[in-house]
Design a binder for this molecule. Structure first.
Ligand code: FAD
Ligand code: NAP
Length: 462
């Protein structure tokens, strides 16, 4: 036997797994690993001192019930074999190579933290923002604490018709009374209280049958206290044969549910004359933002659909129109961010993988896994990540007997290394102190929590 090629196997100790990212997919993967019949320890890393990813920093503050899923994650974190390493940016504070020195396997569940670019002239003018920034701002994400949005403008446009676009539109259209009892960040609530926005236009490039929002979310848009919902052009509901075929397809239940709600909203009749308006447009794409020092107007091109049922795309007709626009939000999808030392698919913005095993040039990289949005791309609700993460964790468990043992199986050594770099690791107990302080601050003002919105504030508390 040639001993040079024999890797040291893991023996007489648990399999050590680092999970990078503490959002839903990280927690579901941890749960599968910790519940398995193999002896596994999990250290979960997050670049923020706070866990739960987009459940904390993405889910809209006026949807508090959805955040109850955190209780499930808190249960997982109680496992003795679970450790939290918050405030550690993997790829920056600690390289992937270093991580592999301390862990037999690394599972990346670091989400899709940036936005997909919308390439139109004028997109970088003042007043043009990504949904990612606005969502992070109202949710108190430290990355976006310093952003500001000129809410003195009367006309806002949101491009895209996914549920994120619906969130952004709804937050812009709601009154402060509708938001004040939520965990919306106080700096945003103060700014929104002064908002002069009167019209929010949510613009989709395809038609009502293809819209990416879901029925519950679009229904809610018709129930706003001081904003009427109107459609830009009722003729958009005259379907072409391919869209009619899509709607008639028995399997297309999402579109059918949307259609039913849209019909109800259309039947609601004349707007009630509320002080704000949400205007839903279909079949239009932004062509150009115009303005000198900041955006003043938006050029739209009318679209028509081309292609077969189930695969129709928007095609410009050449017919353009111009509208006033003082605030512009691009909500055209998120995108994964590369981490040095991990292969990255530039086109899709994901870590290339086969059922969760990370691949490099088509070959599986031993001991490297991906789950959630960084594995499959930025789509799906919280629950969608569960089966996705279970699959990746199962691949890891299947591989465990043949994984090469790491050189230094010692979590305390990681903390020491980080300490030598002045990185203050935030443990789960530390996070619980931050959590308790936020809840206490919230109780004082009638909110479920008042978030700390800078890392400095959180570390100062500790
Ligand atoms: P994320 O939740 O993004 O978690 C990734 C984690 O990785 C983050 O905590 C991040 O800080 C960490 N991280 C990133 N890079 C590093 C690094 N280098 N080192 C260490 N840590 C790192 N779904 C619903 O069911 N209901 C909703 O109401 C809902 N609302 C949403 C609202 C918005 C604005 C968005 C964008 C999504 C929403 N979703 C909702 C979808 C849901 O949030 C996602 O399906 C889910 O969060 C994806 O989970 P994830 O774990 O893959 O990524
Ligand atoms: P999404 O659902 O993929 O929607 C993206 C939108 O952007 C679509 O309307 C898409 O139109 C449009 N778009 C993409 N490129 C465009 C371009 N170049 N020009 C114009 N429009 C363009 O993404 P998302 O809204 O970011 O949501 C991500 C996931 O999180 C989704 O699965 C969503 O359901 C989930 N989420 C859920 C909730 C909730 O449950 N309440 C809330 C927020 C998010 P096309 O369809 O034509 O491509």
């Amino acid at each position: 036997m040639n001993s040079i090629n024999v890797m040291p196997a893991i023996s007489n100790r648990p399999v050590r797994v680092a999970i990078v990212g503490s959002g839903p997919s990280g927690f579901y993967a941890a749960d599968t690993l910790l519940k398995s019949d193999q002896d596994v320890v999990v250290d979960m890393y997050d670049r923020l001192p706070t866990p739960f990813g987009l459940v904390r920093g993405g889910v809209a503050p006026d949807h508090p019930k959805i955040k109850n899923v955190i209780k499930v994650y808190e249960g997982i974190a109680k496992n003795e074999a679970f450790g939290f390493f918050g405030n550690v940016n993997v790829g920056d504070d600690l390289s992937v190579e270093e991580l592999r020195r301390f862990y037999d396997a690394v599972l990346f569940s670091c989400g899709a933290e940036t936005d997909r670019r919308l390439e139109i002239p004028g997109v970088d003018l003042a007043g043009s923002h990504t949904a990612t920034e606005f969502v992070g701002w109202y949710n108190g994400h430290p990355d976006y604490r310093q952003r500001s949005f000129d809410l003195t403008q009367e006309v806002a446009v949101v491009i895209g018709q996914g549920n994120v676009a619906v969130d952004v539109t709804r937050i812009l259209a709601k009154t402060v009374d509708e938001l004040k009892d939520t965990d919306v960040a106080q700096h945003s609530l103060d700014a929104l209280a002064e908002s002069k926005v009167k019209e929010v236009h949510m613009i989709g490039r395809r038609g009502p049958v293809q819209a990416a929002f879901t029925s519950k979310e679009i229904r809610e848009m018709g129930e706003l206290v001081d904003a009427d919902l109107v459609f830009n052009n009722l003729a958009d509901f005259d379907l072409n044969p391919a869209s009619q075929a899509e709607l008639d397809d028995a399997g297309n239940t999402d579109a059918q549910r949307n259609w039913k709600v849209l019909e109800e909203l259309r039947a609601a009749g004349e707007p009630a004359g509320k002080s704000r308006r949400v205007v839903v447009h279909f079949f239009a794409s932004p062509k150009e933002l115009q303005g000198t020092s900041r955006i003043e107007s938006l050029v739209l091109e009318k679209n028509q659909l081309a292609g077969d049922p189930g695969n129709q795309w928007a095609e410009g007709t050449g017919q353009t129109s111009e509208m006033d626009c003082g605030l512009f939000f691009r909500s055209v999808g998120y995108r994964g961010v590369a981490i040095p030392g991990v292969p990255f698919d530039e086109k899709r913005g994901v870590f290339p993988n086969e059922r969760g095993r990370i691949t490099d040039g088509g070959s599986v990289m031993a001991g490297m896994y991906a789950a959630g949005w960084i594995k499959r791309g930025p789509s799906g609700v919280i629950g969608t990540n569960k089966p996705d993460s279970v699959e990746s964790a199962q691949m890891l468990l299947e591989d465990a007997p043949s994984l090469e043992a790491c050189a230094e199986p010692d979590s305390a050594a990681v903390t020491d290394l980080l300490k030598s770099r002045d990185v203050r690791v935030v443990s789960y107990a530390d996070w619980q102190r931050i959590d308790a302080a936020e809840v206490e601050r919230g109780a004082a003002v009638g909110k479920p929590r008042e978030k700390f919105t800078t890392v400095e504030e959180m570390l100062a508390l500790l």
